[in-house]
Design a protein around this ligand. Sequence first.
Ligand code: ZN
Length: 211
Amino acid sequence: MVAVLPNQHPEEERLLAYATGSLGEVKSLLVATHLALCPLCRASVEAYEAECGGWFDGLGGGAEDDRWSAMLAACDARLDTAVLPPPAPRSTLPMTGPLVPEPLRGRLGRPLFDFGWNEIAPAVWLSDWTVKDAQTTGCLLRMGPGAPVPPHHHSANEMLLVLTGAFHDEYGHYRVGDVADIPADTDHYAVAEHGGDCVCLFLLDGEIRFL
Ligand SMILES: [Zn+2]
């Protein structure tokens, strides 16, 4: 089995926010773990860092928020014409078993299945491991083979990073390393593929309500 590069990526604005340090800690954990698997997004982040580096220091006067907004606007304008490096060649490294890349592996501190699991629907569990910052709560979502996460509504953004297995939803198919970035105020379902449990890093900014 050869590794397949991620096919579903964080929104570009998230990569920009990550590169400029304005993405929250928990979302940064997800993006950084995706970057470990995705040379394409690594190249984007490197380009953003190169484009934006030094802009903050070069902007004079005004409140911090104004300077920050000005820097992001300047980056946006420059990125319209930025030339991103070509994607890295496809890797042929084997990717077997639920090996979790850093930095998430260090934050978990345990093998992927070695957690307590709270069942929220038949064959769907949330881990007792959680991570939290001012805006975002994260945990592991585990779906048994073929198990559906019942349709639900979320008031704010939801992000998933597949760590093992695969799932699909109304937007696409997601395999190891893929990111689902579900906008706020949407109804959403997810179904694990057959063949093994699907475990994802699961981030929520707001409430979730099952329909
Ligand atoms: Zn990517």
